[in-house]
Write a protein that binds this ligand. Structure first.
Ligand SMILES: Nc1ncnc2c1ncn2[C@@H]1O[C@H](COP(=O)(O)OP(=O)(O)OP(=O)(O)O)[C@@H](O)[C@H]1O
Ligand SMILES: [Mg+2]
Length: 246
């Protein structure tokens, strides 16, 4: 399988704190790759380097064979990289409004945005996505104050507004009930299997990783320490040591 994304020897530090210490990772076209590791191991920092929020001091990010290490975040989004955050960003306004915001990412020409045609187009797409994430009954509710399970779906739908080819999902099931986790897993599987999206999934729930990921990479202290099928990875002694300590 072809690599859609490659992370090569990425180093990132904040002052004296080394968050990423030479990370290498390949996301293959059409796969769900889980990224697991203890708290503070650098998973979110790596997603930030891939989507362009952080600029690594060394190393490169290659997307579809093109180096994008210094490409601004909105250009990476236009190229097809979608990012979902660990804590959802919710703005004042309804659920529909919160999803429609994603349209701006792909259509930054404000003149075009203000046309009736684009408003209708954005609205139509948002309605389709509301159905996809099964939020019909919340469509016109104020988004503020809705429970975490709903906020996570809003954020997923917002990113899907620009139809990305790869999705960087940062703990999409954290804080969710078992039923909500199952729903989220179903959306992720459909995005992968039916829509063909390649997915990099940061996830602490190893049973969920086992159920939906094709492959897993384990990070500890800013480097990848293991790679393989989910079964291989959870039985790897290095991984057990990283999780449980010496
Ligand atoms: N903006 C920042 N400024 C300073 N330090 C940061 C910043 N972002 C991350 N770090 C540090 O980098 C290290 C890696 O953090 P990161 O958030 O990437 O870990 P993580 O694997 O996502 O952890 P978690 O599972 O808790 O989400 C941590 O020591 C963290 O404190
Ligand atoms: Mg994190």
């Amino acid at each position: 399988m072809k690599n859609i994304l490659e992370v090569r020897d990425v180093h990132l530090s904040f002052g004296g704190l080394v968050a990423l210490n030479g990370v290498n990772l390949q996301l293959r076209e059409g796969e769900i790759l889980a990224l697991v590791g203890p708290n503070g191991s650098g998973k979110t920092s790596l997603l930030n380097c891939i989507c362009g929020f952080y600029r690594p001091q060394k190393g490169s990010i290659i997307y579809r064979g093109e180096e994008i290490t210094r490409t601004p975040p909105h250009v990476r989004a236009e190229k097809g990289i979608g990012r979902v955050f660990q804590t959802p960003y919710i703005f004042h306004g309804t659920v529909v409004d919160n999803i429609m915001v994603g349209y701006i990412t792909q259509n930054r020409n404000m003149m075009k945005l203000m046309t009736l045609k684009s408003t209708i187009e954005a609205r139509k797409k948002a309605e389709e996505l509301i159905e996809f994430v099964e939020l019909e009954i919340y469509r016109n509710s104020p988004a503020h104050g809705l429970p975490m399970g709903i906020r996570k779906r809003i954020e997923l739908a917002r990113v899907l507004m620009w139809d990305p080819d790869i999705l960087l999902l940062d703990e999409p099931t954290s804080g969710l009930s078992i039923d909500e986790k199952r729903d989220m897993a179903r959306f992720i599987l459909e995005l992968n299997e039916v829509q063909g999206k390649s997915i990099l999934l940061v996830e602490h729930d190893l049973s969920l990783v086992h159920d939906i990921a094709h492959r897993a990479v384990v990070m500890d202290a800013g480097v990848e320490i293991a790679e393989g099928t989910p079964e291989e990875v959870v039985n790897n002694p290095e991984v057990i040591k990283a999780y449980l300590g010496e």
